[in-house]
Design a binder for this molecule. Structure first.
Ligand code: PLP
Length: 474
């Protein structure tokens, strides 16, 4: 385990960024060589006298950049040579091949070089069901009909045709109150939140309440945008609104990530009261709301209070995360500020894909695909949930009403790392919850069912039972 010399300037702030920068320099300069194992986050946090979350954030940033790899059971190490650090070193001679996707993707030739593969997340859809033919037809239609001038730099807020179609879709499906003047097209919820926070933090210092637990992948981007985060607990009704503080809140009301709780009607009302009482802002992350299985659809919060709530969504669950297409719906003045910020940042999203999505929405392809996938995911979820009930009744299954993942509370004797290792060996998409928590809580994991065919659920759950009972006897 490497003993690290890391210098931080406590007066300067941005401690996670400083740690990441020191480690990055050490790797670049050869002081930390490929394969070197880094100290556990807890140990490094103790050495540096910082909170563990700060070290986790620094490690995660470097994992995202390709300098480090992190594996359950092994810990975090400097990316070994043969793993290829393609995120930053695109000139590496032999970047790794991503695992071959199932289904039609097998037949498709990979274009250009092989991209780095960051692993399948439990919240990702079944990419083998991407509607290739219909998307191709949409792109073909765009290329055949759109005038050449349209391929110039577009409106950084997004092409008007897409904003028009999306506004109609969000009104219809999410009961949002939007017109195209409220919408900004972005590269997914992640970029949408970054831009919104960038604009808000430029206006004033922002204390942003976040759910605890929350998506640990979002935390670095929220901090990077300048927000000071205030964790607020989540219980069986969702975000505990009574414990809210701050100037704004980021919330996943349709299906809390990771617990899967749907924000109760009382809490929704209380949240709106909180927002109005203090002139506060609610950032609504509507990341998987299209997939709702057991209850009547609940409209988004934005539809209740369009002047207080900023809604972010994307096609990452409905189509594919790799499209990097999403939207932000905000009051017109804020939407305009976000659009300007996008223009200053990178001049907007790819235009051909935006036209293709507009066409896909207009011709009903998007709705049709969603209906088909909703049926299929419900089958997969049902198969997984029944198998768990039959084979592992001691595991408590939560958050099954919507989305693409379930939240499993683990029985005594099952810890998160061992469960994750066993489940991954069986090919499940699974993540531990501990890195998502600010406050320690009962052991739990998030399991995605989108890529687990219904006919395999029983076999996989039996395998998990065997592995876990074998290990707990050890
Ligand atoms: C809580 C949460 N929000 C948003 C997203 C989607 O992000 P994006 O739209 O940037 O792909 C995810 C992805 O899994 C998520 O887990």
């Amino acid at each position: 385990m490497a003993d690290l010399h890391i210098q931080i300037d406590r007066g300067k702030g941005g401690i996670a960024g400083q740690i990441a920068s020191e480690l990055r320099d050490s790797i670049r300069g050869g002081r930390l060589t490929p394969g070197t194992r880094l100290p556990a986050t807890r140990d490094l946090a103790t050495d540096l006298q910082v909170s563990r979350g700060v070290v986790v954030e620094a490690y995660e940033q470097l994992v995202a950049e390709g300098f480090l790899v992190s594996r359950v059971g092994v810990g975090t190490q400097v990316t070994p040579k043969n793993a290829g650090r393609t995120a930053l070193k695109s000139r590496d001679p032999s970047p790794p091949r991503p695992p071959r996707p199932p289904g039609p993707a097998r037949r498709a030739r990979t274009v250009a070089s092989h991209p780095p593969y960051y692993g399948h997340r439990p919240t990702s859809p079944d990419l083998g069901h991407f509607p290739r033919e219909r998307w191709l037809a949409a792109v073909r239609h765009v290329l055949a009909t759109v005038p050449s001038e349209a391929f110039d730099y577009g409106d950084p807020g997004g092409v008007p045709e897409l904003r028009e179609e999306l506004a109609a879709y969000l009104r219809r499906v999410r009961a949002a109150e939007v017109g195209q003047e409220n919408l900004v097209i972005v590269g997914g919820v992640a970029q949408g939140l970054s831009l919104v926070l960038h604009v808000l933090t430029q206006r004033r210092a922002l204390r942003l309440a976040v759910e605890d637990p929350t998506s640990h992948r979002q935390v670095p981007l929220l901090r990077r945008a300048g927000a000071q985060l205030v964790p607020v607990p989540v219980d069986g009704q969702g975000l505990d609104v009574r414990k809210l503080s701050g100037d704004a809140v980021l919330v996943t009301p349709a299906h809390q990530f990771p617990t899967g709780v749907v924000l109760s009607p009382e809490r929704r009302a209380a949240l709106m009261e909180w927002a109005y009482a203090g002139n506060r802002v609610v950032l609504e992350d509507d990341y998987d709301a299209e997939f709702r299985f057991d209850r009547d659809p609940v409209g988004c919060l934005q539809g209740l209070a369009p002047d207080r709530v900023i809604l972010s969504g994307s096609v990452s669950k409905a189509l594919a995360p790799g499209l990097r297409l999403g939207w932000v719906a905000a009051p017109p003045d804020l939407a305009e500020a976000i659009r300007r910020a996008r223009g200053e940042q990178d001049l907007g999203s790819p235009v051909i894909e935006q036209y293709a999505l507009a066409h896909f929405l207009r011709t009903g392809g998007y709705d049709k695909h969603l209906r088909r996938m909703r049926r299929e995911y419900r089958r997969r979820r049902d198969a997984l949930v029944s198998a768990l009930a039959a084979e592992l009744p001691e595991v408590r299954v939560r958050g099954i009403e919507a989305g693409l993942h379930v939240y499993l509370e683990l029985p005594p004797g099952w810890d998160e790392p061992r469960t994750v290792r066993a489940a991954r060996e069986l090919g499940m998409s699974v993540e531990p919850v501990e890195p998502m928590r600010e406050t320690p809580g009962p052991a739990a994991v998030v399991v995605g069912f989108a890529r687990l065919p219904a006919h395999r659920a029983a076999e996989v759950v039996s395998g998990l039972k065997v592995r876990m009972s074998g290990q707990s006897v050890d």
